[in-house]
Design a protein. Structure first.
Length: 740
């Protein structure tokens, strides 16, 4: 076996391993010093990206079970029952660091990775979402120019990969804040469908069962990617471009079809995507779940480059690859399937009963390690936490501390804010209609929806997080991300069922960041318990920091819900002139973390009030139940920018004016961001019944206006409908394309 490394201190530094961790490695190896291959394996498996060593303490206790949950966290993706022998498989992942370094490939391979997580489970991917956060994009500064470059590259990467795969990107979110200037966030979500009794897991078991490699050849691209994603950025980070993987969606499409063909057979025990840490993580995780051992002959792994070493093969993150534990005697049948699809396939090892990972290179053993301590016993850190000092200052401020702005000026500023603007420039680059099942597409407001051809139902999904809320109150902000994603799903008439999360935070070595993380996890737990929407999968992304500046805490939440009738998907834009507009819920003059304060005064400040989950659930119930009875024409939640902006969005997208009047304590309250509110479009003949339903549920409801005309008027603010449409639909493109 290879000799221990020389210049140990430098090697440990390069692999982000601490001296205490090295002492633990020596204990695991019974006092033997590891060679470079073994150090690389420990480094990858114990990286923040793979081991969650800083976050595990706080993830414990997430609600993960419900009658409809088939598979919770711990597998490639979560699975929920959607009836009639069908299941939905979904997950959200981050590809933040790679996308900042190389936006096109970083974002593209993020999409590729999440798609593999889905079809590894046996499901065909049917819908993608993305949650994107960028820095300052307005103006002529070098930062703004670079951020616009990142927007263009990321969107191009997402569209290129998803479109080539034939999977529709049906929605998502894009937001902007200067906290992301040094570290953008690219979170990708995918959902697939599978028969409930045909789900595959990432396990390896059965003495003598062959271990097979399928997909693309292995190169050096992505080498060290998991470790790179477990560290903060500096000015030198662009030199890390070689650690970004290079994707090939056409190969992945072949891999998808080959795997789905394989799943129709009875040839395999388990299958695992080679994602972060590549062959290392897939092999150790598959064997670790069952307590099995494994021997792999690395010289049998298909190689794309000359002179590759065992270290390269184990740590490469080349894309479009899978590891299979096959049943003995099935090797040739599996080879035939993958060769038919023009993919590489090789038997590279077998399952043993030693509980050890033995790696062989041209007949010589190059690594020999116990599997369990590497895959299951990574250090669990108890990092220091401290309430951030900035909170005292930002929480002490209120909207009354800022200079008054006329309501008309405020309205035009909010409507033209890039946070509000329609993102057609983004989603028009995505194919949202491929597979012909999309019933609520990007730009339709609130949740996105697909029909399920197999059972006549529909799935709704929405990705949400308000980082401003999370900055001023991480616990309530994270809880409200769960609430908002659920509310958007409910607005489509679907019952919210479960979430996946992508928890994006700064440097965990900063006690204030760990406090933000801990508080956010508590908020998610609280909201998921109260709303009965368990966590079935997720991802943690830390070290989102450049030169000591961390991003706002950004716990992105994607909610999935079920509508029992695909024909009852509720629109979120006005359907008919003459309809009545009802406001459900109370307006309470809440401006903490609001876009109003940010857009007009350049600050993220204030505090979040106590939140009532019963009111939120009652809001969901009135929309879902009234929709079942056919009493609603459309429904939209009131969110960023308040009532005036929600009405303006509905008017712009539907090309129908509105006249609305709401009694408020202060005229600016038409821009407040009180929770548990929604706008319902109701015909005159159904008005009384809807109001009665709301009263029976204890929901406050007010008739605030009527659909129709050629203007948008909310209390004393007013603009021609054509002006509203021009601002809403064209602001984003004008901003992003100003360099071109």
């Amino acid at each position: 076996m290879s000799q221990p490394v020389e210049d140990l201190d430098e090697v440990l530094k390069n692999h982000k391993l601490s001296k205490p961790e090295y002492e633990d490695i020596l204990r695991i190896l019974d006092g033997r010093h590891p060679n470079i291959v073994e150090i690389g394996i420990f480094s990858a498996m114990w990286s923040e990206h793979c081991s969650y060593k800083s976050s595990t303490k706080y993830l414990r206790g997430f609600p993960t079970t419900a009658p409809w949950v088939i598979q919770g966290p711990g597998e490639n993706a979560g699975v929920i029952d959607i009836g009639d022998g069908m299941a939905a498989v979904f997950k959200m992942e981050s590809h933040n660091h790679p996308s900042f370094i190389e936006p096109f490939q970083g974002a593209a391979t993020g999409v590729g990775g999440i798609l593999r997580d889905i079809f590894t489970m046996g499901a065909r991917p049917v819908a993608n979402l993305n949650a994107l956060r960028f820095g300052t994009v307005k103006g002529d500064s070098d930062t703004a120019k670079y951020q616009r470059h990142l927007v263009r590259g990321v969107v191009d990467g997402i569209g290129s990969y998803g479109n080539c795969m034939g999977v529709p990107t049906i929605g998502g979110e894009v937001s902007f804040d200067e906290s992301y200037n040094g570290n953008i966030l690219v979170n990708a979500f995918s959902l697939g469908l599978v028969k409930s009794d045909e789900i595959f897991l990432g396990v390896a078991s059965g003495l003598g069962n062959p271990v097979m490699y399928v997909g693309s050849k292995t190169g050096r691209d992505g080498l060290g990617g998991a470790v790179m994603s477990s560290d903060s950025f500096t000015e030198e980070s662009k030199s890390l471009r070689p650690t970004v993987q290079v994707g090939d969606p056409f190969t992945e499409k072949l891999l998808l079809e080959a795997c789905l063909e394989l799943f129709k057979t009875d040839l395999i025990v388990g299958i695992q995507d080679m994602g972060a840490a590549g062959l290392t993580s897939s092999a150790f995780e598959m064997a670790g779940k069952t307590g099995a051992g494994m021997i792999m002959h690395l010289d049998k792994v298909p190689a794309r480059e000359e002179g590759m070493t065992p270290y390269d093969f184990m740590l490469s993150e080349s894309q479009e690859r899978m590891l299979i534990c096959a049943k003995q005697g099935s090797e040739q049948a599996i080879i035939d399937i993958f060769e038919k699809w023009g993919l590489d396939v090789a038997v590279i090892g077998e399952v043993t009963d030693t509980a050890r990972m033995e790696l062989v290179w041209h007949g010589e053993k190059c690594a020999d390690m116990p599997i369990a301590p590497v895959s299951e016993e990574a250090p669990v850190l108890d990092r220091p936490v401290a309430r951030p000092a900035y909170l005292d200052e930002v929480n002490a401020k209120s909207v009354n501390d800022y200079a008054e702005v006329s309501d008309q000026e405020a309205y035009e500023a909010l409507l033209s804010n890039i946070e509000v603007s329609d993102k057609a420039w983004v989603y028009n680059q995505y194919d949202s209609m491929v597979q012909t099942n999309t019933t609520k597409a990007p730009g339709s407001l609130d949740a996105s929806c697909i029909r399920i051809k197999e059972n006549g139902k529909a799935l709704s999904m929405s990705s949400d997080c308000n980082p401003r809320f999370c900055y001023i109150d991480p616990r309530k902000g994270a809880a409200l991300a769960v609430v908002e994603s659920g509310r958007n799903v409910a607005m489509s008439g679907a019952r919210p069922l479960s979430i996946t999360d992508c928890l994006n935070f700064g440097n965990p070595e900063n006690p204030e960041v760990m406090w933000q993380f801990a508080e956010s996890c508590e908020g998610i737990k609280e909201a998921c318990l109260a709303l009965n929407t368990p966590v079935v999968s997720g991802n943690v992304s830390l070290y989102n920091e450049t030169n000591g500046v961390s991003v706002f805490p950004t716990p992105a939440i994607a909610m999935v819900g079920l509508n029992e009738d695909e024909n009852k998907v509720l629109p979120s834009v006005f359907q008919e002139e003459g309809s009545q507009i009802l406001l459900v819920g109370e307006t309470k003059s809440e401006f903490g973390g609001s876009l109003y304060v940010k857009a007009l005064h350049g600050e993220t400040s204030g505090s979040l009030p106590k939140f009532d989950y019963k009111s939120e659930l009652a809001l969901w119930d009135i929309v879902i139940e009234a929709n079942k009875k056919g009493l609603l024409k459309s429904a939209k939640d009131v969110n960023v920018g308040g009532l005036a902006i929600a009405l303006s969005k509905m008017a712009a997208v539907s090309n129908k004016g509105i006249v609305s009047s709401l009694t408020v304590d202060n005229s600016r309250d038409i821009f407040d961001e009180s929770q548990s509110r929604a706008l319902l479009e109701v015909s005159s003949e159904n008005l009384v019944e809807v109001v009665h339903m709301a009263a029976s549920l204890g929901v406050f409801v007010t008739n605030i206006g009527i659909v129709g005309g050629d203007k948008v008027k909310v209390n004393d603010v007013e603009l021609p409908l054509d002006t509203v449409k021009d601002i809403y639909f064209n602001t984003f493109a004008r901003t992003i394309e100003q360099d071109l």
